[in-house]
Design a protein around this ligand. Structure first.
Ligand code: PEP
Ligand code: MN
Length: 348
C-alpha cells in the first residue's frame, strides 16, 4: 500500500500539480494532504481548512486517486466525511489524547470508512493500542497502523527515533492489522527516506506513506523531508519490495530446516536459563544464611564487563549483550529477593 502527497495542502495549484505527478505511478493509490496541521509552535502554517477538502475532491475526480486527511477532533471528522474523503488518519499528536480519539470514534459510529492510526509521539505502546481499540469499538473494521517514529529523548540523526521493536510488538498484539511506515516523519530529511523505507519493507511492513510536494523547498511545513513526485518515483523504483511468504517448495524446505534448528537452540537456551535460576536460588539461600545483601555492585560490574567483552569478541552487538545481561541480572535480583522474603516470612 503506497500513500503519497504533501505534508499540507497549501494552494489549489500545489495540490493539483503534486497529485498529477504522483498519479504517474499507478502503484500509488492514495493521495494524502494535511488540511489542518498540528504545529508545535503557534504562528506557523496551520493548514487551509475546509477549502482544501474541495481540492481533494478535485484530485479524486481528475486523477482517480483515493484521498486521505488527518483528523484531530469532531469537527475535522464531520467535515472530512461531508466532503467524501476516502480514508481518515489520526496523527501522532492526537493518538496521545484519549479524549480526542474518543471524540473522533463517536463521530465514526455507524460510518464505514478506513481509519489509519499513527503511533503516539512518545514510545507508549499502550496509547497506540488504546486508540486502535477506541476506533475499533466504534465499529470501524478497516484499520491500518502507521509507524512514524518516536520522541524519546534520543538525539540521533533522524527527526524521530524509529524504535522498530514497538511496531513489531503491535503486530504481535494485532496480527491482522496492517502496519505501514511513514519514513518522512522518521527521517525528517529526504536523504534518509530510502534507508528507512527499505528497512520497513525488510521488516515486513505492508506499505509506506511518503510526503511529496511539487516544490519541496518552498513547502510551508516539513520542507526538508518532502520530495518531488519524480524523486518519489525514483525512490520507489530503487526499493526492494519483499513478499511475506512464498510457495516455492525448495525455499520453504530450507527455511523450515533452519527454523527447526532455531527451535532447538531456543529450547536449549530456556533450559540453560532455568539452570542459571537454580544456582541463583542456591546463592540466595547461602547469602541469607550469612546475612549478605542480594545486590553486590562489584559482582554486577564484573558480569556486565566480561559478558559484554565476550559478546564483542564473538562479533555480537554490544547493546544487545548489555541488554541481555541486564535482563538476566534483573531476574536474578527478583528471584533472590522473592526467596529471601518468603523465608523471612516463614521464620517469623
Ligand atoms: C503528517 O503526517 O503530516 C503529520 C503531522 O504527522 P505526525 O502526526 O506523524 O506528526
Ligand atoms: Mn508532515
Amino acid at each position: 500500500m503506497l500513500i503519497a502527497g504533501p505534508c499540507g495542502a497549501e494552494t489549489y495549484e500545489q495540490v493539483m500539480q503534486t497529485a498529477e505527478g504522483i498519479a504517474k505511478n499507478d502503484q500509488i493509490k492514495i493521495f494524502r494532504a494535511g488540511i489542518w496541521k498540528p504545529r508545535t509552535r503557534p504562528n506557523s502554517f496551520e493548514g487551509v481548512g475546509e477549502t482544501g477538502l474541495k481540492w481533494l475532491q478535485e484530485v479524486k475526480k481528475t486523477y482517480g486517486l483515493l484521498t486521505t486527511v488527518e483528523v484531530a477532533n469532531k469537527e475535522h471528522t464531520e467535515l472530512a466525511l461531508k466532503y467524501g474523503v476516502d480514508v481518515l488518519w489520526i496523527g501522532a499528536r492526537t493518538t496521545v489524547n484519549p479524549f480526542s480519539v474518543q471524540e473522533i470514534a463517536d463521530v465514526l459510529k455507524g460510518v464505514d470508512i478506513p481509519v489509519m492510526i499513527k503511533n503516539p509521539v512518545h514510545p507508549d505502546l499502550q496509547l497506540w493500542i488504546g486508540a486502535i481499540e477506541r476506533i475499533q469499538q466504534a465499529g470501524i473494521d478497516k484499520m491500518i497502523a502507521i509507524h512514524r517514529g518516536f520522541h524519546d529523548g534520543h538525539t540521533g540523526i533522524y527527526r524521530n527515533h524509529p524504535l522498530w521493536e514497538i511496531p513489531i510488538e503491535l503486530k504481535t498484539i494485532f496480527p491482522n492489522l496492517p502496519v505501514i511506515c511513514d519514513p518522512s516523519h522518521i527521517g525528517g530529511k529526504r536523504m534518509f527516506l530510502k534507508e528507512i523505507a527499505q528497512k520497513a519493507l525488510d521488516l515486513g511492513m505492508q506499505g509506506l506513506m511518503i510526503e511529496s510536494h511539487i516544490q519541496p523547498d518552498k513547502a510551508l511545513s516539513d520542507a526538508q523531508q518532502q520530495l518531488t513526485p519524480d524523486a518519489l518515483h525514483q525512490l520507489l523504483s530503487e526499493l526492494t519490495f519483499r513478499k511475506t511468504t512464498t510457495t516455492d517448495a525448495k525455499f520453504n524446505d530450507k527455511l523450515q530446516h533452519l527454523r527447526n534448528i532455531i527451535d532447538e537452540l531456543d529450547e536449549e537456551m530456556i533450559q540453560l536459563t532455568r539452570k542459571r535460576i537454580d544456582i541463583i536460588e542456591q546463592i540466595a539461600e547461602y547469602k541469607q544464611d550469612n546475612n549478605v545483601s542480594v545486590f553486590q555492585l562489584e559482582r554486577w560490574m564484573e558480569i556486565l564487563k566480561s559478558r559484554t567483552q565476550s559478546g564483542i569478541d564473538k562479533k555480537m552487538n554490544k547493546d544487545f549483550i548489555e541488554k541481555l545481561c541486564l535482563l538476566l541480572h534483573e531476574e536474578s535480583i527478583r528471584v533472590q529477593t522473592e526467596l529471601m522474603s518468603k523465608k523471612e516470612e516463614k521464620n517469623k
